[in-house]
Design a protein around this ligand. Structure first.
Ligand code: F0G
Length: 410
């Protein structure tokens, strides 16, 4: 018989001035100081309560601030946790890759959307919306469909990878193509939310991030209730690094682990305001006006969750660095061709960054590292095709076929 108690104190709290808001208030940023908000969850429960439950987001339902019985779910989370011995050996570390592309719509956003859309329904709203570099919109459209809500998504015109655009449209999202970049699309979406046209489900929404913290939960759980030495991941709008760190803190506070990992964020060189702030030991960013990178998912110059992300990095004795597009594409290929894990370019930033930090001696030999790869290779088929050699055209003639195979095709 499992003995446990659950104590959940639910409040929305400003991460800078600690101003609190009621759990049922629709508020995205602090009305007092303008900073970002988080849901304050205090849980006292023995980890035995998780025994026998299937791995996935809702395994940790006691830690999620919405009603589990009414959850809008597509069975998200429970993603592969692959030990990558070949790359690990080359780098002299113990490497695990958390494959978030295996979520229902192919990215980690599904964990957040499940909780976010459940919250939207609890609040009684009928329309949800977001700005997106692609994945958030795909996920939002799918979960809105599942929850029976209208969805409106604002995408930077001509800048969204094909797979993501196809998903947002096909799941029934009302897609608006904004003549501007992601940061400008998010400004417009925020205005729509302020005027109550939409319930905003970008990562500025503290409830969405509650779902994403489950990546941290699963990593700890899968390592046998131990912390890795380091978690490394790509950073764009900076919600994910913040939420994974929140999950880690909550499991630490619950007494499930005694150590915490070093949080390591990787950005693209053409979009690295957080890396710059980190190098300057600052808690403020200088937004990048025209961010540019092949990794379209993280082509973001003014990340909304920068305060939380920088706190996660400083509080964990962490690190931030950037990688070039070339390093990203090399890492994307390496992961696919060495370990069979196909990810979109932004996701490969974690592997590219890891390689760089090992070479620079920032990552120690023998470290146990978890690299989070955030989205599926098919999200951006153009990038995958461009990075590969063209298929050879062959007549249906066995001798010609043999002659080609006997050489090496690529
Ligand atoms: N990797 C992928 C594949 C993403 O889609 C994103 C963000 C990130 C990493 C960065 O995560 O923003 O939490 O720091 N994509 C958002 C979107 C912005 O609209 O789909 P973050």
């Amino acid at each position: 018989m499992v003995k446990y108690y659950v104590l959940v104190i639910l409040m929305i709290k400003c991460v800078s001035c600690e101003q609190t808001y009621d759990n049922d208030e629709i508020v995205y940023t602090c009305r007092k100081c303008g900073s970002t908000l988080e849901v304050d969850v205090d849980v006292g429960v023995s980890k035995d309560v998780f025994n026998g439950r299937k791995l996935g987001l809702w395994k940790y339902r006691e830690f999620l601030p919405v009603d589990y019985r009414k959850s809008v779910s597509l069975d998200e989370g429970g993603t592969p946790f692959c030990k990558c011995d070949k790359i690990g050996k080359d780098l002299g570390i113990e490497l695990y890759v958390k494959v978030e592309g295996s979520n229902p719509t192919g990215s980690f956003k599904d964990r957040g959307m499940s909780v976010g859309v459940t919250k939207a329904i609890e609040l009684g709203v009928d329309t949800v919306g977001c700005a997106s570099t692609g994945n958030t919109s795909a996920s939002l459209a799918a979960y809105a469909a599942r929850g029976g809500l209208r969805s409106i998504v604002l995408l930077p015109a001509g800048k969204v990878a094909l797979g993501k655009l196809a998903q947002a449209m096909f799941y029934g999202g009302e897609v608006l193509s904004i003549n501007g970049n992601f940061d400008q699309a998010l400004e417009s979406a925020t205005k729509l939310a302020d005027e109550k046209y939409i319930y905003l489900l970008n990562s500025i929404n503290p409830f969405r991030l509650e779902g994403q913290k489950s990546i941290g939960f699963e990593i700890i759980d899968e390592l046998g209730w131990q912390s890795p030495d380091r978690i490394i991941l790509p950073v764009g709008n900076a919600g994910n690094i913040s939420s994974i760190w929140k999950g880690i803190r909550e499991f630490y506070n619950a007494g499930y682990i005694n150590e915490k990992p070093i949080m390591t964020g990787i950005q693209a060189t053409g979009a690295k305001p957080i890396v710059e702030a980190f190098k300057n030991k600052s808690l403020k960013i200088n937004p990048v006006k025209d961010p540019e990178t092949i990794a379209t998912a993280i082509r973001i110059g003014n990340p909304v969750s920068y305060t939380k992300a920088l706190k996660a990095i400083y509080d964990s004795n962490g690190y931030a660095d950037s990688v070039t597009d070339e390093e990203i594409l090399d890492a994307q290929k390496l992961l696919a061709r060495t370990e069979g894990i196909g990810v979109e370019p932004a996701s490969a930033a974690s592997i590219a960054g890891l390689k760089k930090l090992v070479e620079e001696g920032v990552v120690d030999k023998g470290e146990r590292v978890v690299a989070v790869v955030t989205g599926h290779v098919l999200k951006d088929p153009d990038a995958a095709i461009k990075a590969s050699s063209k298929p050879l055209e062959v007549e249906p003639d066995f001798n010609k076929l043999k002659a080609i195979i006997e050489k090496k095709i690529n």
